[in-house]
Design a protein around this ligand. Structure first.
Ligand code: ADP
Length: 676
């Protein structure tokens, strides 16, 4: 609709002085500035020169001076929803043709994807030669007054400008409409697809899906967010999410389907990345656990080799020590993953060849996409000519495992029969894990050293205590003979003191001997059936003779306490507990020895009123050589309770200690009663 009349008084810069706003735009007169109708002026190129508030509200944004043209701001459509090229936009037409346009209906899509229905008026600004230098434009927002037809147009414009594929089809799957989104996603134009069957997009193995979808549609049901694969014009498989709804005629009868397909390749890719990441984290976590749990080198290195082989996607992985074999030829294979050992032997163990040398010489990681193309490759056997039947290797990754002292302990080597399989992220991952491996290799070396030291110490103790035992027994024998003969009071006092000390020494040496027997599994038990109550009575009586400082208060259950146990070892246990109770209660004068039969168990309690125990001590006192800090001045080796617990454990019983510092302690052990 053209107009020749000059209806709108625009800001014609040719005829009036121009003031500039802060942002650099020309100022409009106050009436226009505050109008509810959008006004703006622009030059011939479309650069906006002035505008009012209402115009910026309609555009949905503030323009930027000297940069803003019409185009980047919005997209335009005809009232029927068909896209409107910029050259047809009335304002630009007015500028190029030099003639005014008024009352033009335009559908505009803002940057935020919202739509607005406009009436556009455009008045060219003419110079003296009647040439257009720009346009004064007026925009009236009529969105709220739009008719059904306009609403329909808006909908069409929405469909047309959607990024998603929006397609309608009849109940036989024949395509009836095909928007631009569909063109973009599947690569077929509207012309190519109208009248064709939708099955053109469906992969052969998913053909059943269309029948399933149509079946639902015929029943008037919807299919929502159905994730599947479709094929585009170039034969690529695209992961998409489908939503299909029935389309009905005015009588409510289902006549077809409208479907929206969203390309979800990037989501699927992101999900796959996350999944891989989670798997990697799980593997890393299991390596961490294995390293912290184990000191067994073979176990750690095997898990590490398995895990890194999985993480890198290698066909096989191996850890080789930086040690030559006995013949000084090849590096020593320690662990292998993904291939049988024989296959690896065929491959030829890594020798000190050029390709391996750099790894073992501390020159860092070697990552090669195609090892056969590497100049270091092929100079030496095995790579000069691969023996038949060996593993094929093109992709190669070698990561040295370097100890804290800087020596290369070994290397993790990975291979794959295809090219370019190992990426920088694999290299980084394995390098980090190799650093952890180095720590555990260092630790386990220390552990091996400590273990062998401790084994040597045990050997020494076994030997020394055995050697001490023989002369002690002889001395004891002589002292006893002398004791029987001596009548002189003084001499017999000294003799009995000497005998007491020899007995004490004997007990210590006996403990040492038992400990080393226990450790080497040579401590034997002679099981016999006896009443534990008798044993306790005997022990209490013996202590009664030999100990003056404390009274043993004995409290025995009436029921018999028959057990099948080694009597001598049980005596050792109770002696040790009562002996400790006396030893660690120097200020007290009583020790309580109690026996209780409950159900199928017998329990023995030894209680004192001595120095007591802290919770920490209670946890540790059954450990070998453990002695609490507060036992200074009281002699001992820290072996008695260790042996006691071993004996009870080996009888299938249990022992616990309770107590409070300064308030005494109680030790109790329990054994199964004998049953026929
Ligand atoms: P030893 O008595 O030779 O040190 P034991 O193995 O018999 O060795 O005991 C280990 C440690 O347990 C003792 O050094 C002492 O600290 C603590 N302990 C044992 N019995 C008692 C007790 N009745 N009261 C307090 N502490 C005790």
């Amino acid at each position: 609709m053209k107009s020749t009349g000059k209806i709108y008084t625009g800001a014609n810069s040719a005829v009036r002085p121009v003031n500039k706003t802060k942002a650099g735009f020309e100022e409009l007169n106050p009436m226009m500035e505050n109008s509810a109708i959008g006004y703006y002026t622009c030059d011939n190129k479309g650069t906006i020169l002035s505008y009012n508030k209402a115009a910026s509200l309609i555009w949905g944004r503030e323009p930027v001076h000297e940069k803003d043209l019409w185009s980047p701001c919005c997209k335009f459509f005809h009232p029927d929803g068909a896209p409107m090229p910029l050259s047809e936009f009335p304002v630009l037409k007015a500028a190029t043709e030099g003639i005014p346009y008024q009352n033009q209906k335009v559908l505009m899509k803002r940057k935020d994807h919202s739509f607005v229905q406009l009436l556009v008026f455009a008045q060219p600004i003419l110079n003296e030669q009647k040439k257009s230098t720009g346009v004064t434009a007026m925009l009236v927002d009529i969105t709220d007054q739009q008719s059904d037809q306009l609403r329909q147009a808006t909908l069409s414009a929405i469909v047309e400008s959607s990024e998603d594929a929006i397609v309608s089809k009849d109940l036989n799957g024949i395509i009836k409409s095909w928007n631009r989104g569909a063109e973009k996603i599947f690569g077929y134009s509207e012309k190519e697809m109208l009248g064709r069957s939708i099955t053109k997009l469906i992969p052969a193995d998913k053909e059943g899906e269309e029948e399933y979808i149509l079946e639902k549609i015929r029943k008037g049901e919807k299919v929502e967010h159905f994730q599947t694969l479709r094929i585009d014009k170039h034969g690529r498989k695209l992961p998409i999410s489908l939503s299909v709804s029935p389309v009905r005629d005015k009588h409510g009868k289902v006549t077809g389907a409208a479907k929206i397909a969203r390309d979800i390749s990037s989501e699927v890719e992101a999900q796959e990345k996350i999944r891989k990441h989670v798997v990697n984290l799980e593997i890393l976590n299991s390596i961490g656990n294995s390293i912290s749990r184990n000191l067994d080198l073979q176990v750690i290195m095997q898990e590490l080799t398995d895990a890194t082989t999985r993480l890198t996607g290698a066909a096989f992985g191996a850890f080789f020590y930086n040690k030559m074999n006995e013949e000084g030829e090849v590096y020593k294979l320690f662990t292998l993953s993904g291939a049988p050992k024989e296959a690896f032997e065929n491959l030829g163990m890594p020798r000190n060849t050029a390709i391996f040398h750099s790894t073992y010489a501390g020159k860092g990681v070697v990552r090669i996409d195609d090892i056969t193309k590497d100049e270091r490759y092929g100079k030496n056997y095995p790579h000069a000519g691969m023996p038949q039947g060996h593993l094929k290797v093109l992709s190669y990754l070698a990561v040295p495992v370097v100890s804290s002292s800087g020596t290369v302990i070994g290397a993790l080597l990975f291979g794959h029969p295809e090219k370019g399989m190992f990426k920088p992220e694999h290299e980084e991952l394995v390098t980090n894990i190799a650093a952890q491996a180095a720590i555990s290799l260092d630790n386990s070396k220390l552990f091996e050293q400590v273990k062998s030291l401790s084994e040597k110490k045990d050997e020494f103790i076994a030997l020394a205590s055995h050697e001490l035992k023989t002369p002690l027994t002889t001395i004891k024998g002589y002292l006893q003979v002398l004791g029987q003969k001596e009548t002189d009071k003084m001499s017999s006092l000294f003799l009995s003191k000497a005998l007491y000390q020899v007995n004490k020494l004997n007990a210590l040496v006996e403990d040492l001997l038992n400990m080393s027997r226990m450790e080497s599994g040579k401590l034997e038990f002679n099981l016999e059936l006896f009443d534990l109550k008798d044993l306790l009575e005997d022990i209490a009586e013996t202590f009664g003779y030999s100990v003056r400082s404390h009274k043993i208060i004995i409290d025995l259950d009436e029921k018999p306490a028959m057990v099948k146990a080694d009597r001598q070892r049980m005596e050792q246990v109770v002696n040790n507990l009562v002996g400790n109770a006396i030893k660690y209660s120097p200020g007290a004068d009583k020790v309580y020895l109690r026996l209780k039969v409950t159900g199928q168990k017998v329990q023995v309690f030894v209680k004192d009123e001595g120095i007591g125990l802290t919770p920490e001590q209670q946890k540790q006192l059954f450990n070998r050589y453990y002695r609490a800090e507060n036992t200074q001045g009281i002699s001992g080796l820290g072996l008695g309770l260790y042996l006691t617990k071993q004996i009870i454990d080996r009888h299938g019983g249990s022992i616990v200690a309770t107590g409070e510092p300064g308030k005494g302690s109680e030790f109790s052990f329990s054994l199964d009663l004998y049953r026929d």
